[in-house]
Write a protein that binds this ligand. Structure first.
Ligand code: FES
Length: 148
């Protein structure tokens, strides 16, 4: 058993569990590095490209180290129609980075994502697992200041 698979307690060799294993590995190691993906591929008995494909397909998985607070602003149509572009601009201005980037101090990672299931509160965003809805530019500063 590999070093990575020992640390994430791989019990199953079923590739149907791949998404669960990827989430668990990301949680433990902060991201899905090449080393982590290679060892998972070997442990589950599938190709590295299959693991990489899953790791890069799902918005909640990342091959890059993420900040302590991952901001995901919804870019789907219902939020767009409620001015999500203004929220994107406000967040970017507040933390000084663009979507796809992480602040140098590792406090924030800023991403755009598809619908997060909070359309009734559009425009909406997630910070880690917490939903923030009915956003306005004026609310952004206070929300971000509350992040550790
Ligand atoms: S469209 Fe933005 S949360 Fe659903």
């Amino acid at each position: 058993m590999s070093r990575i698979s020992k640390r994430i307690s791989i019990q199953s060799k079923d590739k149907g569990d791949l998404l669960v294993l990827l989430e668990e590995a990301q949680s433990k190691f902060g991201c899905l590095s090449q080393e982590v993906m290679s060892e998972l591929a070997e442990s589950v008995g599938i190709s590295l490209s299959e693991v990489y494909g899953a790791a890069t397909f799902y918005a909640f998985l990342s091959t890059k180290t993420q900040g302590r607070n991952v901001i995901r602003i919804c870019k789907s149509l219902p939020c767009f129609l409620k001015n999500s572009e203004l929220i994107i601009e406000s967040v970017g201005r507040e933390i000084g980075i663009r979507p796809g980037e992480t602040t140098p101090d590792g406090k924030f990672t800023f991403q755009l994502t598809n619908c997060i299931g909070a359309c009734d509160k559009a425009p909406a965003m997630l910070i880690n697992n917490e939903v923030h809805g009915d956003l306005t530019s004026e609310k952004i500063s206070a929300i971000l200041k509350a992040c550790e």
